[in-house]
Design a protein around this ligand. Structure first.
Ligand SMILES: *Cc1c(COP(=O)(O)O)cnc(C)c1O
Length: 504
């Protein structure tokens, strides 16, 4: 059955999967969603016999129906190879009554690698299939991790260029260093004087500027996106939820059909939406636990049905979740509105003009599977520390937000269903925060404002390595002495100008 993709904001003609990936965002500013979410076409226990790549093929083929078997398998082979430091790709680690799904074993040690290792291959295959001769220009806004993962994926890929905008004072020093040392003639990294929401809104604006799009088309460029607004990011993320479930089955930790919880540290709502899609496909899910940091706009939304971005933007020690406009929530809103583009578009207009919208009671009822929670800075550090004390297992601040929210959830509900916590980054990306939480000497402040320098953080790598009992990842070791190649910083209002300059 062919799966087509339509916009969340209008009933314009649906497009093929490859076309949706190529375009990134629909022309009307909406996000592409599958017209129907396909069901798993084999019994879940079958997956227990598959490795990661096989699972990826079985899941992704259901969504990317215009890719041939050969094309899709080729993309998967190129993505999930020795760039990952374990053959399992996404191993499960049991600690303190939960399973941590480690999604940080790729090239840039954050979960963004899970999808961004394959997106460039899906994208150039899509270009070929659609006889697209223009050069693809990937515009990316990042809260810290997407930028590097996208750069690593697209650097040197023929027929593509990539531009990354990051909040100059809103990412960790290591995240910044990873991006600004990126090699490759087709790459460009720019800091903006603003936060992630400013970067994301700026990029979306460039996408939906018809005059600019026409001008660029004429000059031989096609804009696309590596953000999770691209359906080509979401589909590969569904895979590891099926994989995690099947590993638990294989290990005999759950029975066939047993429902489990997933806890997802959330910012742009992409990762947890992938879990929701996995559930819609037939994966047995009990609750989807959405964990926020102090920017708890999603927690408030699940509690009240009211989404309100009018609030202070807080810089935290989990910077990749410092987001007030969670783009992918739009897809969920569309679905719970009964796949109604008109209803969704009206709410999104309200968000744009007033910064707030409220869903109906009927829509709210369809959110039962979700549980929203949040963790403040201190509680997050406590979670890092207590898990280390109890189990000797070191987690990063984003994962710790998930851990903390899971503890609250369990206390509140007494639910003892088997639970998987998405572990979204390696602790080595946030060394000063993690070591400070563990009570180790860190002679400078880390309050999420980038007060530590990359040099200082890199010096801490050895200390963290000894503490955690794991070697310093190559992604960190290779940063020492790496040349800084990107130094441009601009105002939000200058983003379009920067795009023009890069495409000169
Ligand atoms: C991007 C990111 C998140 C948030 O994921 P979303 O899909 O944006 O909700 C959480 N943790 C880390 C480490 C990330 O890089």
């Amino acid at each position: 059955m062919e799966v087509l993709y339509k916009s969340t904001r209008s009933d314009a003609e649906p497009v093929s999967a490859s076309k949706a990936i190529l375009k990134g965002l629909a022309d009307d500013g909406g996000l592409y969603v599958p017209v129907v979410i396909p069901a798993l076409d084999r019994p879940v226990p079958d997956f227990a016999r598959m490795n990661y790549k096989e699972t990826a093929y079985e899941v992704m083929k259901l969504f990317l129906t215009d890719y041939t078997e050969e094309e899709l398998k080729d993309c998967i082979d190129k993505a999930y190879d020795s760039k990952f430091d374990t053959e399992e790709i996404a191993p499960l680690h049991e600690a303190d009554g939960a399973y941590y799904l480690e999604l940080f074993h790729g090239a840039t040690i954050a979960f963004k690698d899970m999808a961004l290792s394959i997106l460039p291959h899906l994208m150039i295959t899509a270009a070929r299939k659609n006889h697209e001769m223009r050069e693809i220009v990937i515009l990316t806004a990042t809260s810290g991790d997407t930028g590097k993962a996208a750069l690593a994926g697209f650097a040197g890929v023929k027929g593509t260029r990539i531009m990354v905008f990051y909040p100059k004072d809103g990412v960790s020093s290591i995240q910044e260093r990873q991006m600004v040392t990126q090699t490759g003639d087709n790459t460009c990294v720019i800091g903006i004087r603003g936060n992630f929401d400013d970067a994301q809104t700026g990029v979306k604006k460039i996408f939906t500027d018809e005059a600019l799009r026409a001008e660029m088309a004429e000059r031989g460029y096609l804009f696309s996106s590596a953000n999770s607004i691209n359906i080509g990011r979401l589909v590969p993320q569904i895979v590891y939820y099926v994989y995690a479930y099947s590993r638990l089955l294989k290990m005999g930790r759950i029975r066939e059909g047993e429902k489990i919880n997933f806890v997802v540290p959330t910012g742009n709502f992409g990762n947890i939406l992938a879990a929701y899609y996995a559930m819609q496909m037939g994966l047995p899910v009990n609750r989807l636990i959405c964990a926020s940091n102090s920017n708890k706009v999603l927690y408030d939304f699940f509690a009240t049905g009211r989404y309100d971005r009018n609030r202070e933007f807080i810089l935290t020690c989990s910077p990749s979740m410092d987001i007030l406009i969670s783009s992918n929530l739009e897809r969920l809103i569309y679905h719970i509105a009964g796949d109604d583009a008109g209803k969704n578009a009206a709410l999104m207009r309200q968000l744009m003009t007033d910064g707030v919208y409220e869903i109906s009671d009927e829509m709210k009822k369809k959110l039962d599977v979700f549980y929203g929670g949040f963790s403040g800075e201190e509680a997050t550090e406590d979670a890092i520390q207590s898990l280390y004390m109890d189990e000797g297992y070191v987690i990063d601040p984003h994962t710790a937000v998930g851990r903390r929210v899971y503890d609250i959830y369990r206390q509140e509900t007494q639910d003892d269903a088997v639970t998987v916590i998405a572990s979204t980054a390696s602790p080595f990306k946030f060394e000063s925060t993690v070591l400070r939480a563990l009570g180790k000497p860190v002679p400078w402040v880390c309050d999420g404002t980038g007060n530590t320098t990359a040099e200082q953080d890199l010096e801490l790598a050895e200390s963290l390595s000894r503490t955690a009992g794991v070697p310093v990842p190559e992604a960190i070791a290779s940063l020492r002495g790496a040349k800084v190649r990107h130094t441009t910083v601009c105002e939000v209002s200058e983003m379009e100008e920067q795009v023009r300059a890069f495409l000169k």
